[in-house]
Design a protein around this ligand. Structure first.
Ligand code: ATP
Ligand code: MG
Length: 297
């Protein structure tokens, strides 16, 4: 019998073209030179999926590949991460879906091309749990979460910064259909600014970078501080956090332990370069323990 997936991680799959070690910050009319270039799979769905697989969950990646030649690095990344591929080629003639990340001397800049739809046509692949990598994808495909529910799947949803998605009046309804909603602090503030009331079925989890993360469950507040680490590259920290929290939640852990697992994965992500390549097998018991505050009011 075919073993069913634990987690199906759905969303936009990007080729990340990262230029680092610049001799000066980019400026109009000037040429600057990079010491390093890497091409790696990116996007929330891939990064959360790769971390979940590294934590031992049988995980599938669901999305459209970037157009050639950028599909090759994604296929290689899927295989290397031990993900089950539920991917389809980009529609003929579409631009490749990619992000160019420029790591300057002070800060990073990103340019993203996001053509067409996020997900393939056809039925949703079977799994125990659906994770959706960004709010915009849930808005673009309004029947996605309903399909997952009908198939008996639990659902988690990351937010991601997308001004139009954050302002969309359908947001409260979508969030009410998911078990776990996981924005970062800026996204949560922007959603509040738009007057959206967020009531996911189980937990509202807010990622707070160096401060750790908080969760609200049944009107009770929980929080975990992040360990002090030296940050090398913050790419994908939030997506790594999702994998820790979701896998712990699926295993029946309590809210504090779910937060601690999320924060441990976030700490792992910020202390390494790049999104989620070469993770190997992750054992959270080997990571430094997070400080917890039980049921803050
Ligand atoms: N400077 C840091 N020191 C320690 N841990 C960190 C740091 N930054 C992020 N983390 C960990 O990673 C988690 C997620 O980071 P963050 O709040 O930046 O998410 P995000 O903004 O969604 O990230 P992403 O860039 O992936 O979208 C945090 O909850 C924390 O556990
Ligand atoms: Mg994020």
């Amino acid at each position: 019998m075919k073993a069913q997936l634990d987690i199906l991680s759905a969303g936009r799959i990007y080729a990340d073209l990262i230029l680092a070690g610049l001799d000066a910050d980019p400026a109009p009319g000037r040429e600057v030179y990079a010491k390093q270039f890497v091409l790696v799979p990116g996007g929330g769905a891939f990064i959360t999926g790769a971390y979940a697989a590294a934590l031992g969950s049988r995980t599938g990646l669901y999305g459209l590949l970037p157009a050639p030649p950028f599909d090759t690095c994604i296929r290689e990344g899927i295989a290397a991460a031990g993900l089950v591929a539920h991917v389809a080629p980009a529609p003929a003639g579409s631009d490749p879906q990619l992000t160019v990340a420029i790591t300057g001397t002070h800060d990073r800049s990103f340019i993203t091309r996001r053509p067409g739809r996020a997900l393939p046509d056809g039925p949703l692949p079977a799994a125990s749990h659906l994770h959706v990598g960004e709010l915009a994808t849930a808005l673009e495909q309004p029947d996605l979460i309903a399909q997952a529910r009908q198939a008996g799947m639990s659902v988690s949803l990351d937010c991601g910064w997308d001004a139009a998605a954050l302002a969309d009046p359908r947001v409260p309804r979508i969030v009410a259909e998911v078990d776990l909603f996981l924005p970062n602090a800026e996204e949560a503030a922007q959603l509040a600014m738009h007057g959206h009331r967020l009531s996911p079925r189980h937990a509202l989890v807010v990622k707070r970078a160096a401060e750790g993360a908080t969760a609200q469950v049944d009107n009770q507040d929980y929080s975990v501080t992040a360990p002090q680490v030296s940050v090398v590259d913050a790419t994908g920290a939030g997506d790594a956090f999702n994998a820790g929290f979701v896998t712990a939640w699926l295993s029946g852990a309590n809210t504090q332990d779910c937060l601690a697992a999320g924060v441990a994965c976030g700490a792992k992500a910020v202390t390494r370069i790049g999104g989620a390549t070469d993770l190997g097998r992750l054992d959270l018991r080997a990571e430094p323990p997070a400080k917890t505050h039980d049921k803050l009011h």
